[in-house]
Design a protein around this ligand. Structure first.
Ligand code: ATP
Ligand code: MG
Length: 158
């Protein structure tokens, strides 16, 4: 179904803000047309996992940015935090089922969130990349086509 990504992301950012008073979740968007064909529940799963990681792995709080850019028939989502970061040696493994970083201390989780995120990105024939520095923060960038023929076939959501 057609989704207004600008509105969708803004609403989600507000919902996630309600879960924390330590962080300020800042939403920004750039583009002329934010309309895309998506399954809202799947898109929500994707962004919620990334935003809840950003919250969980910045235990001291700070700003979390959700950035949306729509151009060239693509949506680019950037989720940026000022948290504990991901050690270089963990980076290649974070999409593995049940993998958890080596610097997480007592922060709890199952290690499945990013595996699901990766599956959703692949389903859209999208891309995901991570830039992170320990004790500085993490930025995750997801690129999805605004219309994906594969998704239309799988979910019949055109
Ligand atoms: P859950 O299944 O509850 O999401 P999880 O958060 O441990 O558990 P993933 O979301 O798959 O699992 O993340 C895998 C690992 O990647 C985490 O254990 C953590 O080490 C690292 N990680 C993910 N996001 C961040 C982030 N924003 N900042 C720092 N580390 C992160
Ligand atoms: Mg997680």
């Amino acid at each position: 179904t057609p989704v207004d990504l600008e509105k969708f992301c803004r609403t989600l950012a507000e919902k996630m803000q309600a879960k924390t008073d330590k962080h300020s979740i800042v939403f920004n968007s750039e583009g002329l047309n934010f309309q895309g064909i998506f399954d809202e529940n799947i898109l929500r799963q994707l962004l919620k996992n990334l935003l809840s990681n950003a919250i969980k792995y910045s235990p001291d709080g700070g700003e979390i940015q959700l950035n949306l850019i729509c151009e060239n028939n693509q949506a680019i989502f950037r989720i940026k935090d000022r948290g504990i970061g991901i050690p270089k040696k963990d980076l290649s493994r974070v999409f593995t089922n049940f993998y958890r970083g080596t610097n997480i201390g007592t922060i709890s989780g199952t290690g499945l969130g990013l595996s699901l995120v990766k599956k959703i990105v692949d389903l859209h024939q999208g891309e995901i990349s991570i830039e992170s520095e320990e004790n500085v923060g993490t930025e995750i960038r997801v690129t999805l086509p605004l219309e994906s023929s594969v998704l239309n076939k799988v979910f019949n959501c055109s």
